[in-house]
Design a protein around this ligand. Structure first.
Ligand code: GAR
Length: 190
């Protein structure tokens, strides 16, 4: 059984979905807690309602060694970024090599990098008249959204789409494929 921690800054629909997915597959993985950098994040109540402990940290805490110690003490195997909007520190990456996984709401390398998150990504995709968008799951390395891509799935962007409707399509893909992808990864089936 792998011990997962989810980092999330916002609404938390992906976090909730992953927690629920592994509730009945505890022999594969267990989300042992959620960490947020935003005391107003929707993910806090979502996790609490599912009886998963949540810790809210200040942005500066994410740069500190005590976070690494805390994660190691709790024998964390993987850190899953599900709508986490801060850059991960180099020291955390070095302590968890290829164990930090992010989901991004575009077909990387397009529309990645600093400041590209959530609706900003979808706004840019629509503004550029892209015909397709999608999701990317990748390892986190020292460069924003540049770690090795492990999985992508496309969706069409139609003439009538706006950032909201595109966000819905993307969330559908994320909810359908992210937990499943994680299961395959954890079972070494990739
Ligand atoms: C998701 O679409 C995720 O891909 C995106 O934030 C959303 C969070 O939704 N992540 C990024 O933009 C990271 N750069 P959620 O809070 O409902 O899971």
């Amino acid at each position: 059984m792998k011990r997962l921690v989810i980092f999330a800054s916002g609404n938390g629909s992906n976090a909730e979905n992953i927690i629920n997915y592994f509730k009945n597959k505890k022999h594969i993985a267990d989300v042992i807690f959620v960490i947020s950098n935003n005391e107003k994040a929707g993910v806090i109540n979502r996790a609490k309602n599912l009886s998963v402990p949540v810790f809210v940290l200040k942005n500066k805490d994410f740069e500190q060694n005590y976070l690494i110690h805390f994660l190691k003490e709790n024998r964390v195997d993987y850190i899953i970024l599900a709508g986490f909007l801060r850059k991960i520190s180099d020291s955390l990456i070095h302590e968890f090599p290829q164990k930090i996984i992010n989901i991004h709401p575009s077909l990387l390398p397009k529309y990645g990098g600093l400041g590209m998150y959530g609706h900003k990504v979808h706004d840019a995709v629509i503004a550029n008249n892209e015909k397709k968008s999608g999701i990317s799951i990748h390892y986190v390395n020292e460069e924003y959204d540049k770690g090795k891509i492990l999985f992508q799935k496309e969706c069409e962007v139609s003439e009538s789409d706006n950032a909201d409707s595109l966000a819905q399509k993307i969330h559908q893909l994320e909810h359908r494929f992210f937990p499943d992808f994680l299961e395959q990864l954890l079972l070494n089936k990739l």
